[in-house]
Design a protein around this ligand. Structure first.
Ligand code: CP3
Length: 382
């Protein structure tokens, strides 16, 4: 449940003490158009960086997530290297599930795998709620990270209830999440209880990150693209709203992201986050029309496949994304999904430089953009 005794952020929080209150990311999420477009990358912390691979040798993924010094260092690596406008906390959507007592591991090259899938009413009834005290290593890692980040905001995150349920019911990664979608219709009550449990686990995880210093929060509904619109609105969206409600009283800006979300984009925007993340399939000007009824910022949507294309091709694509993003009330530049592990990290740094050179991103008549931005890579706390 939401802790009603905490009605505001601690006075030492980076948003409350002013460190990140005017950061381009925070301003853009709140609907403003800062002088320079903010840019960060989903999965920027991790496998594309040699310094990450070196640090991780001999440490299992979930052990790394629960080691505050290591999680903090991995979070900071891409910020130092690329000069991105935000850190994304190094963790995983299944970390809070594990801390709630579920037998789950992350298998390299595969993803989250459960010791025993959660498929029946009895399985769901046996799930335990997440005790916030189990999140001490998470809060410590966040606190260490924001102490280093200075004026660069940290984004906390959690998995949306449907994406978590897709792993819990299937027992591991799956293509169309068939078993999960069957359960949704075969036993709607069990489904509701499962998603309610997942919403609270993710909500408690988000809240711990925000209270410890995260200046924004992103809900990942990565596998939402396998749902029909009717199923999304009736059986999933209310639970996503419940997850976000755990941080609503804290006033941090929020982002709601899904892959293959074209069919449900307007419904995702209606869930209530300040921004909606768009994958590479929908041009941002089209996305802006689809979410016109909600007052939201757009985040996205460089095609991850373009990162390995020749620079002139990638550059033209990034410029096009920025111009189309001009149709939104505000724009946070990102990829349409995560950084592929084989990405050359120098390309990411170059994209950051390009975006920062494009100023506020508002298109000029010739389809290019004004170039008043500061140059890339100003380092931490700049
Ligand atoms: O850089 C960041 O984005 C921050 C860290 C982060 C990780 N996972 C680290 C990670 C974040 C935000 C996540 C979220 C996550 N985890 C999602 C939602 C975002 C998305 O990408 O759609 C999902 C679906 C998961 C579940 C998960 N965990 C998958 C599918 C995988 C990949 C499996 C593989 O190796 O191909 C993981 C493992 C994982 N999470 C890694 C990292 C850095 C790789 C672990 C390693 O280095 O061995």
């Amino acid at each position: 449940m939401i802790d009603s005794t905490t009605v505001a952020l601690p006075s030492t929080h980076p948003l409350a003490d002013g460190r990140t209150a005017d950061a381009p990311l925070v301003r853009a999420l709140r609907g403003d158009r800062p002088e320079r477009l903010p840019v960060w990358f989903m999965r920027q912390a991790g496998r594309s960086l040699p310094e990450y691979r070196e640090l991780r040798v001999g440490t299992a993924m979930l052990d790394a997530c629960l080691d505050p010094a290591m999680a903090s260092e991995i979070t900071l690596q891409p910020v130092r290297r690329h000069g991105v406008d935000a850190g994304i906390f190094f963790s995983d959507i299944v970390v809070p599930i594990k801390l709630a007592g579920v037998d789950v591991d992350i298998v390299p090259g595969r993803g989250p795998v459960l010791g025993r899938p959660i498929r029946t009413a009895a399985d769901v009834a046996a799930l335990e709620s997440l005790d916030p005290s189990a999140l001490t290593p998470i809060a410590e890692a966040v606190a260490r990270t924001v102490a280093e980040l200075g004026t660069t905001p940290l984004i906390g995150f959690a998995g949306a209830p449907f994406t978590l349920a897709a792993y819990l019911v299937e027992g591991g990664p799956s293509k169309d999440h068939i078993r999960a979608r069957t359960l949704m219709h075969a036993d709607p009550e069990t489904w509701d209880r499962l998603l309610g449990w997942a919403a609270d686990v993710s909500g408690v995880f988000l809240r711990a990150q925000v209270l410890a210093g995260a200046s924004a929060a992103q809900l990942f509904d990565s596998w939402v693209g396998s749902l029909s619109r009717a199923d999304y609105t009736a059986r999933v969206a209310p639970h996503s709203a419940r997850a976000l409600a755990h941080v609503a009283d804290l006033g941090v800006p929020t982002i709601h992201f899904g892959v293959g979300s074209g069919e449900v984009l307007a419904d995702m925007a209606a869930v209530g986050a300040d921004a909606v993340g768009v994958d590479w399939r929908i041009p941002l000007d089209d996305a802006a029309r689809r979410v016109a009824d909600a007052d939201v910022t757009l985040q996205g949507n460089i095609d991850p496949a373009m990162l390995a294309a020749p620079w002139p091709v990638l550059e033209a694509h990034v410029r096009d994304v920025v111009v189309r993003g001009g149709a939104a009330r505000a724009h946070v530049v990102n990829l349409g999904h995560g950084v592929p592990p084989e990405t050359d990290p120098t390309v990411l740094t170059r994209v950051v430089g390009l975006v920062h050179d494009l100023g506020d991103g508002r298109a000029t008549g010739d389809g290019r953009t004004t170039g008043a931005g500061r140059s890339a890579h100003e380092g931490l706390g700049a």
